[in-house]
Design a protein around this ligand. Structure first.
Ligand code: MN
Length: 335
């Protein structure tokens, strides 16, 4: 049997959260825009748990954007609504998962007496009146698991196990980051004991690519540019490419991993053209902290995965800006 965490902060938070939830009639669970496996997995697991715990409360789950196709296999993903629907609503409690800054919600948050944050990002702008933040930590889903397990381990069913496992798995690229600890594996082991089939999760996350995505990927691969001196590689996708293949933004998910996979590359970027300019995803392989690079452009994230948005419309200009900033960081941090 897995022992519940003894972490004082988590234990204290869980007590306060239980208090708030007991008093709440209307509860909303949400997370950041363009939601990933961790945001959706964390939020869905809380939703499912609270539905198991309270039969008489009004519990909703909503995001700014729709659930990406590779997460639609998750139990109750069909319950996820658009946040827009609740913009004039009043909730007793809103729980926000995996969100470092209220701006990352992507839209207005409805009114609430209590705003609860659960997150694992290092650089944050706190916005809630009750928060639990642990960093470094594999995922928000791991933190949510600790809280739910403290609340009542018997309520963690197979549905919740799938939701949590997916959150941890996708935020660690399949348990491959150094944020993965022996505790992460103990939790994964507990989830497997509930009946999770890891193959189902892997296949849904990574082996449901639409044909158009691979066409788009071949274009992205053909555009990889490498700066050997600073171990940097990047690629990009433009709006007109998406139009050509009738693809959407979510079809570019994971593209940044290809320039990173090059031998001798430490830092990788993927530029995705948007109306305002480019959304830039950053990745590092071993030692470079891309969250520092993202911060220079008003973004953020983690050591190995970060991002920012910029209103530059020219790829070359963006290249030059990134190269210059990487060079500066390398000097400062002795690469
Ligand atoms: Mn996360």
């Amino acid at each position: 049997m897995l022992a519940p965490t003894k972490d004082k902060e988590i234990v204290e938070f869980t007590k306060k959260l239980k208090d708030i939830l007991d008093k709440s009639k209307n509860i909303l669970i949400t997370g950041h825009k363009n939601p990933d496996g961790d945001a959706i997995g964390s939020a869905l697991s809380i939703y499912t748990f609270l539905k198991n715990l309270y039969k008489d409360k009004n519990i909703k789950i909503a995001f700014k954007d729709k659930v990406p196709y590779f997460l639609s296999f998750l139990p109750f993903s069909d319950k996820i609504e658009k946040l827009e629907k609740y913009k004039d609503s009043n909730f007793d409690t809103i729980i926000v998962c995996d969100t470092a800054d209220i701006k990352r919600i992507g839209t207005f948050l409805p009114k609430a007496k209590y705003i609860v944050e659960i997150d694992h990002h290092k650089e944050r702008k706190p916005f809630g009146n009750l928060s639990l933040v642990k960093s470094p930590l594999s995922s928000t889903a791991e933190l949510v698991f600790e809280v739910l397990y403290l609340l009542n381990p018997d309520l963690i069913d197979l549905n919740i196990s799938y939701q949590i496992y997916t959150g941890i798995y996708s935020d660690t690229a399949g348990f491959s980051y150094e944020t993965v600890t022996t505790r992460t594996f103990s939790i994964a082991s507990f989830l497997l004991s509930k009946g999770v089939n890891p193959r189902i999760i892997f296949t849904n996350l990574y082996e449901r690519n639409p044909y158009r995505k691979l066409k788009l990927l071949s274009l992205a691969l053909s555009r990889i540019k490498l700066w050997e001196d600073i171990k940097f590689a990047r690629t990009f996708i433009l709006k007109k490419d998406l139009e050509k293949y009738k693809a959407t933004y979510e079809d570019t998910e994971g593209f940044v991993n290809y320039p990173r996979s090059l031998e001798n590359v430490e830092i990788a970027a993927f530029y995705l053209e948007k109306d305002f300019g480019f959304k830039v995803s950053l990745r590092s392989k071993l030692y470079f902290d891309v969250s520092l690079l993202a911060l220079k452009f008003g973004g953020g994230g983690h050591k190995h995965a970060a991002g920012f948005e910029v209103n530059i419309k020219d790829v070359k200009k963006l290249d030059n800006l990134l190269v210059e900033n990487i060079k500066n960081l390398i000097e400062n941090f002795s690469f």
